[in-house]
Design a protein around this ligand. Structure first.
Ligand SMILES: Cc1ncc(COP(=O)(O)O)c(C=O)c1O
Length: 465
């Protein structure tokens, strides 16, 4: 073996034994040292390279440990076959340190919920009951659409609170709207054109994209999605948030509800995907029944989630399919299991069955209403420079700000003051910024005091007196 192939750099900060180890390793991987070849003895190599025998010994031990060479008793060191180890040759980049996340003092993120009022003790008690050794059955796979017990509770709840009329076999439980939407769009014809609200829930836009479906943005007006535009664009399936449009907070007017249902009924391939994500929290008048409850043609696919009403980390949402899509669903997803753990499903079912869910919702509705009142009162002091809209429901509002500043500047100034807010344009596929600028403020995750202090600070950094 030509010992000249090993080049060591004495001025390099890498220790000599590591350099030698690396040289030999690369020579073996690249085939310069062939499989079975005998390596020079430690003494010879040390002499040749003018390094200590210990240095060579350290390199050889490392190579033995990593399986590049083997030591044969009284014979010496031999190269081993390493094809399957060749990937080790890849130079690893130093792992990039992730940018430190901004620590916000006041986070007006609309995705946040109140975490202080969750009934942990009730949840724990039910969890203990569910995790009883006698519940052997829960260890086995359940119904692919979700456990009957949970679907039964959901159907009762939906009928009582949203007017949604459905059989349990129309309900599909999944781990979040984000998991049910892809299922749904795979069920529908590939060629259909989806129309989504703009501005709207960004996740759905990306889902259409990820699944290569044709989808167009449709303008959201003061009273919800433009039905005329749906018609004009030849949309087949409309994704809407009629009870509380995300993010503008617009409520779909009664006229538009009727128009939308008539639009859907007018052609056989048309459907409406109704995302009723935060309808539990309505503050100003009686709850508006879901579109599904008014649908006489079986064209509404109803979707909702426990992310707002219980917690986003639970990852449980549900979908109510019109009967006409059921057979196709069951055939397409015949071999799929439910994506939600049965123990969690059982826990939620029991929580609902024993009345804890409706009690929790009543409590949370009052709590969010109070938070909203605090937010409105805090902002009221700065009117008419700021104007609130979309406050009838949910956990966020939209703020129109009379200012010479742009939306980006408002968001950036807030960030510098450790306040997190979102520009309305960040939910717009065309990133159109309104003049005057509009900001989305979520209030679910902040306490009443934080809301008051946060707004005072926000106005201060925006120089609104
Ligand atoms: C419009 C809309 N739909 C659905 C959801 C909930 O999605 P998931 O069930 O995946 O948590 C949200 C959450 O913020 C939302 O804003």
């Amino acid at each position: 073996m030509d010992m000249l192939m090993f080049q060591l750099q004495r001025t390099d900060s890498t220790p000599l034994y590591k350099q030698l180890y690396s040289e030999i390793k690369h020579a073996i991987i690249s085939g310069k040292i062939s499989v079975g070849a005998k390596l020079p003895s430690k003494r010879k190599l040390a002499e040749f390279l003018d390094i200590s025998q210990t240095t060579v010994e350290l390199s050889y031990s490392q190579l033995v440990a990593e399986g590049f060479i083997e030591s044969r008793a009284r014979k010496g060191f031999y190269a081993l076959p390493v094809e399957e180890l060749a990937y080790l040759d890849v130079q690893q980049d130093e792992p990039q340190a992730a940018a430190a996340p901004v620590e916000y003092t006041f986070d007006f993120n609309p995705a946040k919920i109140d975490t202080q009022s969750f009934p942990f003790s009730t949840w724990r008690k039910i969890a203990k009951e569910v995790l009883d050794e006698m519940n052997h059955g829960l260890l086995l796979s359940g119904h692919p659409q979700g456990d009957e017990s949970l679907r039964r509770e959901i159907s009762r709840y939906l009928f009582a609170s949203r007017g949604v009329l459905c059989d349990t076999d129309q309900i599909i439980i999944g781990s979040g709207t984000e998991q049910l939407m892809p299922l749904l769009i795979r069920l529908l014809d590939k060629q259909v054109l989806f129309g989504f609200e703009n501005p709207g829930y960004a996740l759905t836009h990306s889902i259409f994209d990820h699944y290569d479906r044709k989808a167009v943005p449709v303008t959201v007006e003061e009273d919800g999605i433009s039905v005329a535009e749906l018609e004009a664009l030849n949309v087949d399936i409309a994704y809407v948030t009629p009870s509380h449009q995300f993010p503008t907070g617009a409520v779909l007017s009664a006229t538009k509800r009727a128009q939308l249902l008539n639009w859907a009924a007018a052609a056989p391939q048309r459907f409406i995907i109704e995302d009723d994500y935060d309808s539990e929290f309505r503050y100003t008048s009686r709850p508006i029944p879901a579109l599904q409850s008014m649908d006489r043609s079986g064209r509404v696919i109803y979707l909702s989630t426990f992310s707002k009403s219980l917690m986003p980390s639970l990852r449980i949402a549900y979908m109510v399919l019109p009967k006409s899509l059921l057979r196709a669903y069951q055939q397409t997803f015949l071999h799929y299991s439910s994506s939600v753990p049965r123990i969690d499903q059982q826990l939620v079912a029991e929580f609902m069955e024993h009345g804890h869910f409706s009690r929790h919702l009543n409590r949370m509705r009052k709590l969010y209403k109070k938070k909203l009142e605090h937010l409105t009162a805090a902002l009221q002091e700065f009117a008419p420079a700021v104007k609130i809209s979309g406050e009838q429901a949910g956990m966020h509002i939209v703020l129109t700000v009379q200012t010479p500043l742009t939306e980006t500047e408002l968001v950036e100034l807030a960030k510098r003051s450790k306040i997190r807010v979102f520009g309305l344009s960040s939910y717009d596929v065309r990133a159109t910024t309104a003049v005057p600028p509009q900001i989305v403020l979520g209030f679910g995750g902040l306490s009443e005091t934080e809301i008051t202090e946060g707004i005072a600070k926000l106005m201060e950094c925006w120089k609104i007196a």
